[in-house]
Design a protein. Structure first.
Ligand SMILES: Nc1nc2c(ncn2[C@@H]2O[C@H](COP(=O)(O)OP(=O)(O)OP(=O)(O)OP(=O)(O)OC[C@H]3O[C@@H](n4cnc5c(=O)[nH]c(N)nc54)[C@H](O)[C@@H]3O)[C@@H](O)[C@H]2O)c(=O)[nH]1
Length: 149
C-alpha cells in the first residue's frame, strides 16, 4: 500500500505596490534531515485520520500555524505520486491562505529553515517537477478564481 501524506500550500498576500497575483508568496520548509529538501508543510496520515485533519495537524506541527490562522481553499487539491525508498507515496495538497500575513512561522526539529517565496523562487526551491507543477497550478487557480475565493 502506498504511503499517504497530506498538507497545505500555504500562501500569503503581502501589501506592496505589486498587483495580484505578483504579491503572493508561498511557504516552503527545508528539512533538517536527508537531502535538506524543500516542500510545503505536509506529513503522513495517522491511522483513522481524515486527510484534511492530517493537513491541519502537520501544518501546526511543522510551521506552528493553526486552523484559525488559515483560510482553507478546498476548491483546489492536487495529488502527487512518487517513490520514497522503493515505496510508492501519494501526497495531497490543498491551498490555504494565511489570514494575517505577519503571523510568525515556528519550525519543529524536522525543519531547519523556511522561506516565503514568490512563484519562481518557490519553484526553484521545490526542485521536483511535480511539485513545481503543483505550485504553478495553485498560482493559476488563484489568478483565475481570485474574485470568487
Ligand atoms: N534522519 C532521517 N529521517 C527521515 C528521513 N526521511 C524521513 N525521515 C523522518 O520522517 C519524518 C517526516 O515525517 P512526516 O513529516 O510525517 O512525513 P513527510 O512530510 O511525508 O516527510 P518525508 O521527509 O518523509 O517525506 P518527503 O518530503 O516526501 O521526502 C521523501 C523523499 O521524497 C522526495 N520528494 C520529496 N518531495 C517530493 C515531491 O514533491 N516530488 C517528488 N517527485 N519527490 C519528492 C525526496 O527525494 C525526499 O528525499 C521526519 O521527522 C524524520 O524523522 C531521512 O532521510 N533521514
Amino acid at each position: 500500500m502506498a504511503l499517504r501524506a497530506c498538507g497545505f500550500i500555504v500562501f500569503r498576500r503581502v501589501a506592496n505596490s505589486v498587483p495580484p497575483p505578483g504579491n503572493i508568496e508561498y511557504l516552503l520548509l527545508q528539512t533538517s534531515y536527508g537531502e535538506n529538501h524543500w516542500t510545503p508543510p505536509k506529513g503522513h496520515v495517522d491511522p483513522g485520520e481524515d486527510d484534511l485533519t492530517t493537513a491541519l495537524r502537520e501544518t501546526q506541527e511543522e510551521a506552528g500555524l493553526r486552523a484559525e490562522h488559515l483560510r482553507v481553499i478546498d476548491s483546489f487539491v492536487q495529488e502527487l505520486h512518487y517513490e520514497v525508498r522503493g515505496r510508492p507515496k501519494e501526497v495531497l495538497y490543498w491551498l490555504a491562505e494565511l489570514r494575517d500575513p505577519g503571523a510568525a512561522v515556528t519550525l519543529s526539529d524536522e525543519h531547519q529553515d523556511y522561506r516565503w517565496a514568490r512563484l519562481e523562487e518557490a519553484c526553484s526551491l521545490a526542485q521536483y517537477k511535480d511539485l513545481q507543477d503543483t505550485l504553478r497550478a495553485a498560482h493559476t487557480h488563484l489568478q483565475t478564481q481570485g474574485d470568487k475565493l
